[in-house]
Design a protein. Structure first.
Length: 415
C-alpha cells in the first residue's frame, strides 16, 4: 500500500512539474489572444454562408482557449448573429479540441509531433464537419436579428491591455479549467501508478476495438483539452497506441454531454447528429492513420517521467506558481463576503436563477445579454452560484427570460 501511494504522489508531482512551464506560457498567450481577437470581430468575420467562412471558423477555433462549456455561449452568439450552421459547427468542432495552452502542454508531455497532429486533426475535422452540415442542412433564409449592444462602460475602457491579459490568462482561464486540469493530473498520476506498461498489447491486433473502447470512456469522462493531456500521456506510457490516444484527446473534449444537450435546441437534431458522427468517425480515421503510418514519429518521445534530480528549478518554480494560481482562481469566488454584485442599487435590484452557467465565459454571456435589455441599467452574473443580478425598473420577466434563453442558458425565474 505504501509503495503504491508513494508512486502515485511521485507520478502526480512529476507530471505537474513537467507541464507547469508550458501551461504558464500558454496562459499568457491565451490572455494575449483574448485581447487581440475580440469576440465581436470573430462573429463579424464568420457571419457569411460560404466555404471560406467554414475554413476561417475552424482556423479561428484551433488556438482559442475555450473549453467545451466556454464554447457554448460563443457558438450560440455566432449563430444568432447570422453565421451559417456550417461555420458555427466548424467553430464548435475545432475549438474545444485544442487551444494555445493545450498545444504547448501536449508538446511538453507527448512531443511536438503529436501536438502538430492534434492541431491538424482539429483543423481538418472542423472544416469537414462544417461542410457536411452545410451540405445536409437547409440554408437559413435570414439570420437571427442581433441585439443592439450597449457601448462599453468607461470603467472597462480605462483598463489597460496588460491588465486584461493578466486577468484573462492568469485568473479567468485557470478559474475555468482549473478543476478539469487538476482532475486530469491526479487521474494521470493514478493511472501511471496502477496501470501495467503492457496494457495496450492485447488490443494491438484489433485497433478498431481499442478506438471503440477509448471513445466509450472519453465521452462520459469529461475533462478539458488541457486536462486530458496528462491522462493521454499515462495511457501511452501503459502501451495504448498513439492512435487510440489521439481518439481520446479528440472525442473527450469535443463530445461533452453538457455541450451537446445545450446546443441541441439551438442548432437542431440533424446538425448535432452530424457533429457527433463526424467527430467520432474522423477521430477514428485520424487514429488509424497515426497507428498505420506514424510509428516512427514518436520514437524519440520519453514516456517516463523525469526525477527531481533531472528537472530544472524553472519546473519547480513554475509548478508552485501554477498551484497557487489555480487554487486562488478557484477559491476566490467563494471567499466573497456578499453574493450581491458591487455597484448595484439595492432598491431596484432583482436576483435571477440561471441554469447552465459553468464558467466565466458563461457568466459574461449572461451579463452581456441582460445589459442589452433597454430596461436594465446594470447586471452581474455568478456561475458558481447560478445566479444573476439586474438593476432597473420596470423589469419584464418575459424579456429577461428571452434574453437568457437566446444566450444559451435556462431562465429559472426571479428569486
Amino acid at each position: 500500500m505504501g509503495n503504491w501511494l508513494t508512486s502515485f504522489v511521485s507520478e502526480t508531482w512529476s507530471i505537474l512539474l513537467e507541464m507547469a512551464p508550458y501551461l504558464i506560457l500558454g496562459f499568457f498567450l491565451a490572455g494575449l489572444l483574448s485581447v487581440i481577437f475580440k469576440q465581436e470581430w470573430v462573429e463579424r468575420w464568420l457571419g457569411k454562408q460560404s466555404l471560406g467562412a467554414v475554413v476561417k471558423a475552424s482556423i479561428f477555433g484551433v488556438p482559442l482557449p475555450l473549453c467545451s462549456c466556454g464554447v457554448i455561449p460563443v457558438t450560440t452568439s455566432l449563430y444568432q448573429r447570422g453565421a451559417s450552421k456550417g461555420a458555427t459547427t466548424s467553430f464548435l468542432t475545432s475549438t474545444p479540441q485544442t487551444g494555445v495552452d493545450s498545444i504547448l502542454a501536449t508538446t511538453a508531455l507527448i512531443g511536438p509531433a503529436f501536438a502538430g497532429i492534434r492541431v491538424l486533426v482539429a483543423l481538418v475535422s472542423g472544416i469537414i464537419t462544417g461542410l457536411l452540415v452545410d451540405l445536409f442542412e437547409p440554408s437559413r433564409t435570414k439570420p437571427e436579428t442581433p441585439l443592439i449592444c450597449r457601448p462599453q462602460s468607461s470603467e472597462a475602457k480605462k483598463e489597460s491591455a496588460l491588465i486584461k491579459i493578466i486577468r484573462s490568462g492568469f485568473y479567468t482561464l485557470p478559474q475555468d479549467i482549473g478543476k478539469s486540469l487538476a482532475l486530469g493530473i491526479v487521474l494521470a498520476g493514478l493511472l501511471s501508478a496502477v496501470l501495467p506498461e503492457n496494457l495496450g498489447e492485447p488490443y494491438l491486433r484489433n485497433p478498431w476495438l481499442t478506438y471503440l473502447a477509448v471513445t466509450l470512456i472519453a465521452i462520459p469522462l469529461y475533462v478539458c483539452s488541457t486536462g486530458s493531456i496528462p491522462i493521454a500521456f499515462a495511457l501511452m506510457a501503459s502501451g495504448v497506441s498513439p492512435g487510440a490516444t489521439l481518439v481520446f484527446l479528440i472525442a473527450g473534449p469535443a463530445t461533452n454531454v453538457a455541450t451537446v444537450t445545450t446546443l441541441l435546441k439551438i442548432l437542431g437534431r440533424r446538425t448535432i447528429a452530424i457533429y457527433l458522427v463526424s467527430i467520432i468517425a474522423l477521430s477514428w480515421v485520424g487514429g488509424w492513420f497515426v497507428d498505420a503510418f506514424g510509428s516512427g514519429w514518436f520514437a524519440g518521445v520519453d514516456l517516463h517521467h523525469h526525477t527531481m534530480a533531472t528537472l530544472s528549478p524553472i519546473h519547480l518554480i513554475s509548478g508552485i506558481a501554477l498551484i497557487i494560481m489555480v487554487v486562488w482562481a478557484g477559491a476566490s469566488p467563494y471567499l466573497k463576503k456578499s453574493p450581491s454584485p458591487n455597484r448595484l442599487n439595492q432598491d431596484s435590484l432583482f436576483m435571477i436563477k440561471v441554469e447552465g452557467m459553468t464558467c466565466s465565459h458563461c457568466a459574461n454571456s449572461v451579463e452581456k445579454a441582460l445589459k442589452e435589455l433597454s430596461e436594465v441599467s446594470a447586471a452581474r452574473a455568478d456561475a458558481t452560484r447560478n445566479l444573476a443580478w439586474i438593476e432597473g425598473t420596470p423589469i419584464n420577466a418575459e424579456a429577461v427570460e428571452q434574453a437568457i434563453t437566446k444566450a444559451g442558458f435556462e431562465f429559472k425565474g426571479l428569486v
